[in-house]
Ligand binder design. Structure first.
Ligand code: DC
Length: 233
């Protein structure tokens, strides 16, 4: 059967990764979390003294950017894919609020985006991937056969993210989560390099009032429709 590329874009904490994982598992495709790669760069600058007065020390990052090794590797402990940074498993660290608060220092930098987009395109070369992010249907895979654009009301997203962080034992308030989501929405949509926009041919899924299961059924229906068409070509 022909394998296709599925691009899922949308705002922060919209359930993109839940849907992307479900689709990848159902289809036997590879799931790639592009946001994890931006988070890994943010963790690097935080750990290596490349943030001063809340600002990115860009020249320092430019000196090491080419050599940063960011990948996804199977973690035998969890039996899941884990993000690695220069060979170290950073899957847990990159999910903290501190990293969420620093990621917008690095995600607007054109050189960072160019490097990560290139890596993402290599990962998707063979098709059979579901990748989620902000610029997947517009920049990384403009020819993706399926493009989904996910959205939900900001207060619904904040509640979901707050619940997720609490379940992981984080000490965080709902107001902090709301502020972070608001800031990232603003940064994602207003940055000059590859801002978050809906691709003209993307299908919008607003999941404010539907369950993850209903969302999956809707998305799978779209994917199966496209696969049937591709199979006939
Ligand atoms: O999907 P996420 O929340 O884990 O993404 C982390 C950050 O990375 C988010 O604030 C926006 C940025 N990002 C991006 O600029 N482009 C992508 N393709 C994916 C994420």
């Amino acid at each position: 059967m022909n394998r296709i590329t599925i691009a899922i874009d949308g705002f922060s904490s919209c359930g993109k990764s839940t849907l992307a994982r479900q689709l990848a598992q159902h289809l036997g495709y590879t799931y790639i979390d592009s946001g994890a790669m931006y988070r890994a760069v943010a963790l690097y600058v935080m750990e290596n003294g490349l943030v001063g007065d809340g600002q990115l020390l860009k020249e320092g990052l430019m000196q090491v950017l080419d050599g940063l090794d960011i990948r996804f590797q199977h973690d035998p402990m969890t039996d899941k894919s884990a993000t690695t940074l220069n060979g170290r498993n950073v899957e847990q660290e990159i999910r903290t609020m501190a990293v969420s608060n620093h990621v917008t220092l690095v995600s607007p930098v054109p050189e960072v985006r160019a490097k990560l987009v290139r890596l993402q395109q290599q990962m998707g070369r063979e098709k059979g991937v579901v990748m989620d992010g902000r610029d997947i249907g517009t920049v990384v895979f403009p020819d993706a056969e399926v493009k989904l654009f996910m959205t939900a009301r900001p207060e619904v997203r904040a509640q979901r993210r707050f619940h997720e962080l609490k379940m992981k034992g984080a000490t965080v308030t709902l107001a902090e989560v709301e502020a972070n989501i608001h800031q990232r929405d603003l940064d994602d949509t207003t940055r000059k390099a590859d801002p978050l926009t809906k691709a003209a041919d993307a299908i919008v899924i607003d999941n404010s009032d539907i369950t993850a299961e209903e969302q999956f059924v809707r998305a799978l229906d779209i994917v199966l429709g496209v696969l049937a068409q591709v199979g006939q070509e």
